[in-house]
Write a protein that binds this ligand. Sequence first.
Ligand SMILES: Nc1nc2c(ncn2[C@@H]2O[C@H](COP(=O)(O)OP(=O)(O)OP(=O)(O)O)[C@@H](O)[C@H]2O)c(=O)[nH]1
Ligand SMILES: [Zn+2]
Length: 359
Amino acid sequence: MINLSDYGYQDIFERQITENEQQTGLIPARVTSIQKENYQVVSAYGNNNAKLKGSLFYLDSKFVTYPAVGDFVLIKPNYQGDDIIYRVLERRTCFSRLNPSQPNAVNGSSAQIVASNFDYVFVMLSLNYDFNVRRAERYVAAAWQSGGIPIVVLTKQDLCIDYEEKAALLQSALPGIDIHVISAHTGFGIENLQKYLKPAHTLVFMGSSGIGKSSLINVLSGNVLMKVNSIREEDSKGRHTTTYRQLFRLENGVLLIDTPGMRELGIWDAEEGISETFADIEDLTSSCRFHNCRHQEEPGCAVKEAIQNGSLTNERWSSYLKLLKEARRSARKAAMLKSKKETTKTREKHVNYNKEEWY
Ligand SMILES: Nc1nc2c(ncn2[C@@H]2O[C@H](COP(=O)(O)OP(=O)(O)OP(=O)(O)O)[C@@H](O)[C@H]2O)c(=O)[nH]1
Ligand SMILES: [Zn+2]
């Protein structure tokens, strides 16, 4: 038997299960991989393939939350074949991205969840061509918004002479955020990441392609990752061997999520996250003399004052404005899509499930 708490299962999830659900034999599981309609889950009984319970997920898809990698779901275990997924338990943290091709992907919002229930977000930038303070700020804002704790990891230290300057520059833009410089090739700085590698804690990685994400994952896992994937599970009972998993558990008990979706993350609803990253600026704007200060020519403007006395750089201020504008534009877009959908929704007859049929 597997102990699901080794896979990040906590009371916060357990409390969501109703008595009725328990009595009908539903048990919790974590989604480890999704390929089209095929899911893989890990539950007390180990790894298995799983399918959605059609009558629950497809009848009225607008109101349904579809499982994402990292989700805890309730399944009816099946020893002969696929487990059946009944419900997604409410997420602790999640990353979403705008998905115009599938506007109904999640809960009536046009977002698609690409990873969920993680603790730390490794925001990765390589120190050579990829290094960009503004992008790092955007990633960190999105990470805050997801509910996870952002940790900035600057990769390929061996290819960069002035990595200390770059790290310092970034640190001044992101006060209070842990920033680490590493090289997956030489092992530089890797030991500083150990403190985030706690058993049953889930890490997720964000950053553009080629920054050395896979290399870092391999270093963190040693050869274990390969071993994990080649383990044959009890396939005699209809359990299958995993070919490609997006959530995996290292030998030291750490859980990693690496989904393709993480590479295309937008910041469409990052406004809240921006407030965290730029908390100092939000403090300033709220101490302007006029509450509707536009921070231009108004007397008593705390922002102008801070720029003049050098405690706020012009660059950081304009990057804040730019991010805010972007986030608002995306939020407007999302709101538009949503209200469009709601109009159609009210036109359609709401399907009422027969509760008995759920189990
Ligand atoms: N010099 C140097 N090269 C590195 C380091 N880490 C990764 N690389 C190289 O960078 C290239 C991309 O590395 P990956 O680990 O595949 O990068 P990734 O972010 O997983 O890329 P995708 O799979 O495309 O998302 C490879 O050629 C690596 O050998 C490093 O610390 N130093
Ligand atoms: Zn002002």
